[in-house]
Design a protein around this ligand. Sequence first.
Ligand SMILES: *[C@@H]1O[C@H](CO)[C@@H](O)[C@H](O)[C@H]1NC(C)=O
Ligand SMILES: *[C@@H]1O[C@H](CO)[C@@H](O)[C@H](O)[C@H]1NC(C)=O
Ligand SMILES: *[C@@H]1O[C@H](CO)[C@@H](O)[C@H](O)[C@H]1NC(C)=O
Ligand SMILES: *[C@@H]1O[C@H](CO)[C@@H](O)[C@H](O)[C@H]1NC(C)=O
Ligand SMILES: *[C@@H]1O[C@H](CO)[C@@H](O)[C@H](O)[C@H]1NC(C)=O
Ligand SMILES: *[C@@H]1O[C@H](CO)[C@@H](O)[C@H](O)[C@H]1NC(C)=O
Length: 289
Amino acid sequence: MKSGLVLLLGLALVASCAAAEDAPCSYIVQGGDSLYSIAQRYGLGTDAVQKANPQLDPKTLIIRAGDVIALPCAGNATSGSSPLDLLSRRSDLSILFKAALAAGDEFIKTLNDTKLTATIFAPNDTYFEGLLEELNKTAAELLQDKPLLKDILAYHVVPGEALSLDDLDNKANLTTLLDGEFLIVNKPKDVVRLVTTSEQKIRVDNKELEAGNAIVHTVRGVLVPATAPIGDAVAPQDECERTVKEGDTLSNIAKEAGTTVDDLLKLNNLTDANFLKLGAQLVLFDSCI
Ligand SMILES: *[C@@H]1O[C@H](CO)[C@@H](O)[C@H](O)[C@H]1NC(C)=O
Ligand SMILES: *[C@@H]1O[C@H](CO)[C@@H](O)[C@H](O)[C@H]1NC(C)=O
Ligand SMILES: *[C@@H]1O[C@H](CO)[C@@H](O)[C@H](O)[C@H]1NC(C)=O
Ligand SMILES: *[C@@H]1O[C@H](CO)[C@@H](O)[C@H](O)[C@H]1NC(C)=O
Ligand SMILES: *[C@@H]1O[C@H](CO)[C@@H](O)[C@H](O)[C@H]1NC(C)=O
Ligand SMILES: *[C@@H]1O[C@H](CO)[C@@H](O)[C@H](O)[C@H]1NC(C)=O
């Protein structure tokens, strides 16, 4: 009897630790929730939850059903029961999570389906922030633009097949959820890139995440279809590399490629913008490395 009780207590302890580790990074507030009840549910301190949400009024801590709040989380999940579940458990994919919710019920339903068979490309928060900078928009402004979000997100989903990195064959033509818009796989050697209809070349990371029946690949840029109203804002990439020719300057190369001198310096480990070696191969974009 006594050992049974100890065992029960032991189980309760394990359960509460597991709950704390299991907190998602992005949580959708439900009716009747308070910051305190959410913190309790995941074995977190209310202070820690408040700190993760500086947008909340510190006096009232008011939250509304449907709001997305951040929770302290491990943030490195490699699998989830559905794509939406996986996104909620990744601290680096929080903008994509919010964008999926803002894109509307149909899209939420698609990504929340544990049986969805699909290949999904996921740009992390750094790349969304880069796009926002190019668009001169805030995240809040982007999240209000539902038609744009729907188009962009649909372009990141290839329905029908869960393709691993090995399955992404050179020159494969992937049909996305966005009508009439496709992605071409570019895989000359081991590196896999996606060529968009707006002529970006976006690197696919060497890491696969599981989401129910779907496979999620992180990618080094937001995929923008040619038909999106922001198609003009993204710089098309003809090449990933460029040989320095007679008469080149870093600023003319940057201008030609649609990037900046600073980015070229960083990407190529150069310290002096005025010293370019004739014949040197410059990498032009982050997504090319
Ligand atoms: C995530 O990170 C935690 C520690 O921060 C570690 O214990 C856990 O194993 C990691 N999980 C994965 C799937 O890498
Ligand atoms: C996004 O991925 C890039 C490249 O893998 C990495 O340098 C960056 O830190 C990541 N961003 C976040 C928010 O994790
Ligand atoms: C996703 O599905 C789960 C389980 O079916 C449900 O509890 C949850 O409310 C759904 N999430 C959204 C955002 O619809
Ligand atoms: C960016 O937008 C803000 C406010 O909408 C505006 O004041 C600013 O001039 C814009 N900057 C550029 C570079 O377009
Ligand atoms: C990819 O497939 C679509 C639809 O079948 C087609 O319209 C498009 O021309 C193809 N693109 C390339 C580069 O083959
Ligand atoms: C720049 O330096 C980093 C770290 O030393 C290295 O990993 C990277 O490959 C270098 N990039 C180029 C383009 O040489």
